[in-house]
Each structure stands twice: as structure tokens, then as C-alpha cells.
Write a protein that binds this ligand. Structure first.
Ligand SMILES: *Cc1c(COP(=O)(O)O)cnc(C)c1O
Length: 401
């Protein structure tokens, strides 16, 4: 069991939490596919329940395969520990439920992941929780929305699908000055490109479904925090609400995680080329990618992130009809929601991922009808550029017949 905490992120993704099995020497962390763990004696069982013996009890409460994944994510994010969840939304749910009570108020990024917003506006409202959604890329909007009963500032950066970047250190200060906590959904960046806990965030969560697993073959989520007491609070709620992970799922994510650094490096290089291509193309109305100098928070992104990531939003000239033709004409990029996979995915947020939001809210959050989101994968950049080029040609033919 080497101490991996001093290693670099691209080493940690391969080694953190992942040690040869103590019983067999298996190099790949075994899938401990069991619901429960036998005690050698009644005293041992009692000691485990007391916490005096760190052994396992029951898989919802802890499991070696799941623990390996949790250790890896905690080390990558700089957290005191982590909680693996059945889905990204189960991770969001653990955070909301642990940190909010009746009468509490949340300030959140307006363009957060659709269900993260909807669950506050519908389900949590039933329990007397209120929320204000603001364009958090201007931290002054967050400061203005704070109230005495604000318990949580909930930020996604870069945000989906506008790619707006929020100043995490500024938001941490605003939250703490008001006695609130800052939670960052770090899904779009991955821990390799952004470490919110280092910037003052209290809680970080991910949809593991995206970059961290990276192969579009499993869903999952994770929550991490730096303060052990806060982590204990989150863990208690997480285990009792039951949105925990399955050992087989954890093993799949561990397997995907090992190549995270290689995948992010390649996908990001591809995205930078595609963004530059789109920006120079007259068939494209606008491009938003943190790696372009034209991005409104380009300077902040360069300071706060180790790289701009691999998701690009752009407007197809000709509006909805042209955007629809463009995404349907791609032959290599797959028409599908999700992102962070090894394969390139393309979608239309206004009619797909964000269609549940009323039009006025959608447009206020920058999700216009011409907006196409491309989540760039690891294919050869020449093939991707050719695909985007031919799809834009078809869209242009529709826009100006
Ligand atoms: C996908 C996603 C989620 C939800 O994750 P699931 O695994 O689909 O439940 C949350 N936040 C962001 C930013 C996402 O992209």
C-alpha cells in the first residue's frame, strides 16, 4: 500500500486506492460481489457496528471495491473521503438532503444540469426549500441573491450547455461570508482540470457517468468534501437514503478511471481544434469554448482550470431547423445526450436535455434554439473535422436553399 497522495494526477488515476488484493495478489481490484460480510465472532460484529473495527458489515454501508473507487476520487479531489453513488443525481440528492432543511434557501447557477434545477424547483419546494437561479459567471449576481437563510451555493462550472465559467474562489468567499457552504458540480472539468476544494469549495460532486468512467457504459456519481465532519454528515444521509453504488458498477468506473488522463488530454486537444474550426466558419453564428480567447471568461478559465475541457457549444446559422439538420447529418459524432465518453456525442439541448425547462427560463439561461452541444471524444481529429464540416454543409443547404 504505497502512499500515493504526493503523486501527480495522471499517476493517481491509475494507482490511488487501487492496490493488489491482500488475499490473492490480484492486480485489478476484485469485484466483491456480496451484500453482506461474515463476522468471525459476535464481538467482532459488535465492534464493527461501534466503529471500533474498520471491517465491512453490509454493502450499502461499505464494500472493498466501492471503497477503492471512493479513495481514488478523494485523492484526486483532495477530499477527506468520498461517497460513491448509484447515479450523478443520487450524488446531487445526497448533497441537497444533507445540507438543506425546511425554510432553507439555495443560490444556484441558472444553467445547472436540468434535473439538478428541477428537483429544487419541484420536489424540494414541497418541503419549504426555496432557490434562486442566477448567472453565476458574474459573482456579483451570487452575492446579490444571498439571504440570511441561504445554506448552500450550488455551482456548476463550466456550466451545461452554455460553458459559462464561474469564479469558484469568489463564490466560496461569498458563501462563507454568509454562513453558507459551496458545492461545485465538477462533472464538466473532471478532477484533472479543476480541483474546487483547493479553491475553497466545501463539497464537490461528479456524475461519474461522464469523463471519469468515460466509456458510455455505466452510470454513477460521487460526492467528496474536505472537512471530515461534513463528510460524516453526508455519509450518514447517503447510506440511509440508499442511493449507494453497486460493487460491479464501482469496478467498471475504476477501470474507466485508469485512462482518464490520456482520454482528457486527447479529447481536449481535439476540442481545441474543432472549436477553432467552428469559430472560423461562416456557417456558425457563435462558439463558446473556454479554450477560445473569445470566451467571456477565458482568462478566469485559464487561471482556475488546468485546461478548457472537451465540450463545445455553438450556434448553427439558420436556427432550430439548421441545428436539427446539422446534428442529424453527423455520421461519426453520435446523436446522443451525455458527454465525456471516448466517442464524440452531439445533441440539441433546447429540444433534449433542457426541454423540461420553460422556454423563458431556458433562453434566460442562454440555451437558445440554435445551440448545438458537441462533447468531443478521442477519435482522430481529421475524421471529426471532416464530419462536422459535411454536417454544416447540409445545415447550410437548409438555411439558405
Ligand atoms: C449527467 C450529469 C449529472 C447527472 O448525472 P447522472 O449520472 O446522469 O445521474 C449531473 N451533473 C452534470 C453536470 C451532468 O452532466
Amino acid at each position: 500500500m504505497g502512499d500515493t497522495t504526493r503523486h501527480h494526477p495522471s499517476t493517481l488515476v491509475i494507482h490511488a486506492g487501487q492496490h493488489a488484493d491482500p488475499h490473492t495478489g490480484a492486480v485489478s481490484v476484485p469485484i466483491y460481489q456480496t451484500s453482506t460480510f461474515a463476522f468471525r465472532s459476535a464481538d467482532e460484529g459488535a465492534a464493527r457496528f461501534l466503529g471500533a473495527d474498520p471491517g465491512f458489515i453490509y454493502t450499502r454501508l461499505g464494500n472493498p471495491t466501492i471503497q477503492a473507487l471512493e479513495t481514488a476520487i478523494a485523492e484526486l479531489e483532495g477530499g477527506a473521503g468520498a461517497l460513491a453513488a448509484a447515479t450523478g443525481m443520487a450524488a446531487v440528492q445526497t448533497v441537497y438532503f444533507a445540507l438543506l432543511e425546511q425554510g432553507a434557501h439555495v443560490v444556484a447557477t441558472d444553467a445547472v444540469y436540468g434535473p439538478s434545477r428541477l428537483v429544487l424547483e419541484t420536489e424540494y419546494r414541497r418541503f419549504g426549500v426555496s432557490a434562486t437561479f442566477v448567472d453565476s459567471s458574474d459573482a456579483a449576481n451570487v452575492a446579490r441573491a444571498m439571504r440570511p437563510e441561504t445554506r448552500l451555493v450550488y455551482v456548476e462550472s463550466p456550466a451545461n450547455p452554455t460553458m459559462a465559467v464561474t469564479d469558484l474562489a469568489a463564490c466560496a468567499k461569498i458563501a462563507h461570508d454568509h454562513g453558507a457552504l459551496l458545492c461545485v458540480d465538477n462533472t464538466f472539468a473532471s478532477p484533472l482540470l479543476q480541483r474546487p476544494l483547493d479553491l475553497g469549495a466545501d463539497v464537490v460532486l461528479h456524475s461519474l457517468t461522464k469523463f471519469i468512467n468515460g466509456h458510455s457504459d455505466v452510470v454513477g456519481g460521487v460526492v467528496t468534501a474536505r472537512d471530515p465532519e461534513l463528510l460524516t454528515r453526508l455519509r450518514k444521509v447517503h447510506r440511509n437514503l440508499g442511493g449507494t453504488m453497486d460493487p460491479h458498477q464501482a469496478w467498471l468506473v475504476l477501470r474507466g478511471l485508469k485512462s482518464l488522463a490520456l482520454r482528457v488530454e486527447r479529447a481536449q486537444a481535439n476540442a481545441q481544434r474543432i472549436a477553432a474550426f467552428l469559430e472560423a466558419d461562416p456557417r456558425v453564428a457563435w462558439v463558446r469554448y473556454p479554450g477560445l480567447a473569445s470566451h467571456p471568461q477565458h482568462e478566469l478559465a485559464s487561471r482556475q482550470m488546468a485546461g478548457p475541457g472537451a465540450v463545445i457549444s455553438f450556434g448553427v446559422r439558420g436556427g432550430f431547423a439548421a441545428a436539427k439538420t446539422m446534428i442529424e447529418s453527423c455520421r461519426l459524432a453520435t446523436l446522443a445526450v451525455s458527454l465525456g465518453g471516448i466517442e464524440t456525442l452531439i445533441e440539441h439541448p433546447a429540444s433534449m436535455t433542457h426541454s423540461a425547462l420553460p422556454r423563458a427560463e431556458r433562453e434566460a439561461a442562454g440555451i437558445t434554439d440554435d445551440l448545438v452541444r458537441i462533447a468531443v471524444g478521442c477519435e482522430d481529429e481529421r475524421d471529426l473535422l471532416a464530419d462536422v464540416d459535411q454536417a454544416l454543409a447540409r445545415a447550410a443547404a437548409i438555411a439558405a436553399p
